[in-house]
Design a protein around this ligand. Structure first.
Ligand SMILES: [Zn+2]
Ligand SMILES: [Zn+2]
Length: 277
């Protein structure tokens, strides 16, 4: 089985990551990575501990550009962001962005985290979805579909993130036809944008999940549609730069995938490259 030696989804101390960007790049280089994409949580007007402070956005861009120069010709470094639906940053300031939905907006203009505190999400379901977990999932996929089809990101971030709190709250049956059809319909619409679907190992790396996002049935269909995947660690801690990659590759091989996409090792030849697995 091949090695990926790259991650296009990496957080640092510019947002909620634990490792400074320079240290992260140093470790990636030491591990033999051929490419690395920094993707701090893009600036937003709420939940400030989680994202780049809007006043530090320029500093982030400069720091990643400096690292890019430092490793030129040795490891390809890219300036990206993970841009939430409710972020206020401009994607065109970056080389690429990952589109993710981490929040619901409440009618009073405040937000509730989808992958944050389970009891807050349960309250949201009770108050705004009539106590119906499937209604919450439907809302998530509909927001996400609209975001991806309207903004055309390079990467679809942790597609079925609703699974995280469902594993704690048991809000709906993930094997039910109604849930699966809703997720597949959303994924089908996103496939039209040619975005890469991320196989995100962050949840297993941090011990929250037993398998990567997205679920196997979604990856299977994605392959049938002839679309491409990228394996990312969603790393918040340098120790977990490639955590879960072997598990992800095993799953992809078992589903019939024979290659994945990664950030290009040679930016002159383009931003993305395919590698055999
Ligand atoms: Zn995320
Ligand atoms: Zn992330």
């Amino acid at each position: 089985m091949g090695k990926i030696l790259s991650s296009a989804h990496v957080h640092t101390t510019f947002c909620d990551g634990k490792t400074p960007a320079k240290e992260m790049a140093g470790k990636a280089y030491e591990m033999g990575f051929v490419s690395l994409g920094f993707t701090s949580h893009a600036a937003q007007t709420f939940d400030p501990g989680y994202c780049i402070e809007p006043s530090r956005e320029k500093e982030y861009i400069k720091e990643i550009r400096d690292i890019q120069k430092e490793y030129e010709g040795r490891m390809a470094v890219y300036l990206g962001i993970e841009r939430d639906l409710y972020s206020c940053s401009n994607p065109s300031d970056y080389e690429y962005f990952i589109a993710s939905v981490h929040y619901f907006e409440k009618p009073d203009g405040t937000y509730v985290g989808i992958d944050a505190d389970a009891s807050d999400l349960q309250k949201y379901v009770n108050e705004y979805c009539g106590g119906n977990g499937l209604e919450m999932a439907k809302r998530y996929y509909s927001l996400f579909t609209e975001y991806v089809t309207g903004s055309k990101p390079a990467i679809i971030g942790h597609f079925d993130l609703v699974r995280l709190n469902n594993s704690r709250l048991n809000l709906y049956d993930e094997d039910s036809k109604i849930y699966r059809d809703m997720a597949l319909e959303s994924l089908r619409a996103m496939s039209e944008t040619n975005a890469l679907l991320e196989v995100n190992t962050g949840g297993i790396a941090r011990g929250y999940m037993t398998s990567p996002y997205p679920d196997d049935f979604l990856l299977k269909e994605w392959k049938n549609w002839g679309c491409e995947v990228i394996v990312n660690s969603d790393c918040h801690n340098v120790k977990l730069l490639d955590a879960g990659f072997d598990e992800a590759l095993e799953i992809l091989l078992s589903l019939g995938y024979d290659h994945v996409v990664r950030l290009s090792s040679n930016p002159q030849k383009g931003m993305w490259e395919r590698i055999k697995i």
